[in-house]
Design a protein around this ligand. Structure first.
Ligand code: KIV
Length: 258
């Protein structure tokens, strides 16, 4: 097992796991300083390309962005999302995961789903592809409104059952997206691998957010997103200053000219 993965698993019940998204080298360099896991999420579809669904993200999109992220990722574990319709069966999943791993030099891939893709995940793990799971709200499967999961007894049982299933077939961690607090707590206590929450309460072993969201770069009203800083203000300040200095002919002065 990859030593970075071992380290992440060991953090369970000791210290929180930090996971953040990056879609390019410059962001990855900053994320890598603080995160245990850098995730090239297919959320890049909505954040960068304005898609209304992650289903439009292609393998090519993921590979190109991941290559850039690889350049800025040194110490954290780099995980790449397998986009929609790239893992419909075992053979397709393995072929595409190998392509992603080879071309991007990432450490692991993430797939959305539980029982429906159990044989696919099993096959990847058997073929030495490290896999991160993703349960709860599955953006690639949503048609229409996003809603939280695990509120009803049935849903809670299903998430628990699927978490145990994923653990048994060898995923090294599970993202729990929009899972109700008591369900997230129950799952986290019931499995030995870490849970990484997004909108799933502080009971998870770690937390993940889309970096553009927490920086205030991507306007969103999703309930679980906290804007930790408003980076747009700083960007505006810099751009305005540049414009002012160009117009007033202060820039480029001799110092910046040949
Ligand atoms: O696509 C993504 O960025 C994700 C995380 C938000 C968990 O899957």
């Amino acid at each position: 097992m990859n030593s970075k993965i071992k380290k992440i698993i060991k953090k369970k019940n000791k210290s929180k796991i930090i996971c953040l998204t990056a879609y390019s080298k410059n962001f990855a360099e900053e994320v890598d300083k603080y995160a245990d896991i850098t995730l090239v999420g297919d959320s890049l579809g909505s954040v960068l390309y304005n898609y209304n669904t992650t289903r439009k993200v292609t393998l090519k999109n993921m590979i190109e962005h991941s290559k850039s992220v690889r350049m800025g990722t040194k110490k954290s574990l780099m995980v790449v999302d397998m986009p929609y319709r790239t893992y419909r069966n075992k053979k397709e999943a393995l072929k595409n995961s190998i392509k992603v791993m080879r071309e991007t030099k990432c450490d692991a891939v993430k797939l959305e789903g539980g029982v429906k893709i159990r044989e696919i995940i099993k096959y990847l793990v058997k073929n030495k592809i490290p896999v991160m799971g993703h349960l709860g709200l599955l953006p690639q499967s949503v048609r229409g409104k996003f809603r939280s999961k695990g509120k009803s007894k049935n849903e809670k049982r299903k998430i628990l059952r699927e978490s145990k299933l994923l653990e048994n077939i060898g995923v090294f961690a599970i993202v729990l997206e929009c899972v109700e607090t008591s369900a997230a707590k129950l799952v986290t206590r019931s499995i030995k691998i870490p849970t990484i929450g997004i909108g799933s309460s502080l009971h998870c072993d770690g937390q993940v957010l889309v970096t553009d969201d927490l920086l205030g770069l991507n306007e969103t009203n999703i309930r679980f997103v906290k804007k930790f800083v408003n980076i747009k203000k700083i960007i505006n300040k810099g751009i305005k200053k540049f414009k002012r200095e160009v117009i007033s002919k202060k820039y480029p002065s001799k110092k910046y000219s040949y």
